[in-house]
Design a protein around this ligand. Sequence first.
Ligand SMILES: Nc1ncnc2c1ncn2[C@@H]1O[C@H](COP(=O)(O)OP(=O)(O)OP(=O)(O)O)[C@@H](O)[C@H]1O
Ligand SMILES: [Mg+2]
Length: 340
Amino acid sequence: MSETIIRIEHLYKTFGTGDGKVEALRDIDLEIQKGEIFGIIGLSGAGKSTLVRCINLLERPTSGKVTVNGQELTALKEKDLRKARRSMSMIFQGFNLLMQRTALGNICFPLELNGLRGEAKWREKRARELLEIVGLPDKADAYPVQLSGGQKQRIAIARALADDPKVLLCDEATSALDPTTTQSILALLKKINREMGVTVVVITHEMRVVEQICDRVAILDHGVIQEQGDVSEIFSNPRTEAGRRLVMPNGEKIHVLPANRLVRLAFNGATSGEPIIATLAAEQGIRLNIISADTRTIGDKSFGAMVLGLPQDETEAARALIYLREIPGVTAEEVTDLVQ
Ligand SMILES: Nc1ncnc2c1ncn2[C@@H]1O[C@H](COP(=O)(O)OP(=O)(O)OP(=O)(O)O)[C@@H](O)[C@H]1O
Ligand SMILES: [Mg+2]
């Protein structure tokens, strides 16, 4: 039975007034379940960082409710809020390590701050355990300048875990890293989620990050959640323009001659795109143009989407549609809204 750990209701956030007014978030409703990895994806300026800062109330929402762990944060006084915030921690694109402290010193820092967590010896023991978890037991005495980007993020993750948070908020945590290092940090986040039961909220502009580790995703566009659901569902069949923009190759609209009819195939794990086109040509003698294709493997399933141009000949186009609609695990629908 799933249990909601973060609930956001009718949340609005407005910055400034008058001409300078920015409505950064509008009527956000979101439920994140305990133990899941939830992605929030959107383009730059969509409101992602504002939303994540509203979850831990570093930013106070203009209106609406934020409930974490059964506690309504928006109703708490500052002192109680500080306590409640300890169930959440955060990592960032820029790591935010203290440059004057060693890796060990950085990890101990949050434990020193809250003052309630035993003596120095205990803190050090805990920090060494965490260095072990993030795979850097030999870097205890290294200063941030002596660490690579990936290593810095591992130390930041260890520091974020020091006080046993229930929720880890990650704001573009891998955006400053190369693809291989990104993979390894995402794998670490997944391990932490599965082994320690920490709920992870991943904020990103990169679809591949969401694909690799998230269970569910919300698409944020101009301060509004356009759609949300299981990653495989949303990515194989985005229903909104914003969703398609993020999921389609290059995030661009497709330019085609107005006369062309287009069909969009959504793959749901069963088949990959290429053989369908080849089979249609070989068995039915029908040739389709591939306008765009973005099929891929996620987990052990392959899915994605492909846009095909139908033949000019109407009978052939109709036959192609019938054929495509009968393939198991594939949804085929004619589209018009991709044409500019
Ligand atoms: N403190 C602030 N004062 C005024 N406007 C702000 C403030 N913080 C954010 N905004 C505005 O709110 C909108 C959303 O910003 P936000 O930083 O949340 O976007 P983002 O999705 O995180 O973008 P990025 O991917 O570039 O980090 C932007 O228009 C931004 O200019
Ligand atoms: Mg941001």
